[in-house]
Design a protein around this ligand. Sequence first.
Ligand SMILES: [Zn+2]
Length: 171
Amino acid sequence: MPLPLGHIAIGLAAYEMSTDRSAFSRWKLFMAIAVLANLPDIDVVFGLLLQWNGSAFHRGPTHSLLFAGAAGFLASEVAKRWDRLPRMGFWSCFTLILSHVIADGLFSASAVSFFWPLETYWSSGHSDLRDVVGMVLRGDRQDAWIALAACSVVIAHRAARGMGLRRKGTG
Ligand SMILES: [Zn+2]
């Protein structure tokens, strides 16, 4: 399963693809992308707080299409009202949160609750605070490949966009 670093890489690529804006233009924007791309894993925090087990509620409701829609809407509304936050519309927030759910579904063996409440798949196993902190801080080989792929996508997208602009300029 992708770790936080992998989700950030996927989020950066998803943002650039969906908005045609550089995800690296402002540090606040970069931070907002990093938070939203990892938001579904807030269920790990709930598990730790309530049962001292980060896996207790993992991959349930927060790993769903419905959560991506609801949290995406809330995040875009908060960004609209609080001018210290970077401006991000609903589709950007939704895409970033959904990128996490899709990546978890694609790059790991266990299922996500994509159509919750129609289906719910809890993750199995046990993870305490030390396991969770370890996962947040380290990447793994899969994350390195994900970061490389995300980088290539961003570069290819920027190159294609550049060519498009040039063509528009000369034509
Ligand atoms: Zn996750």
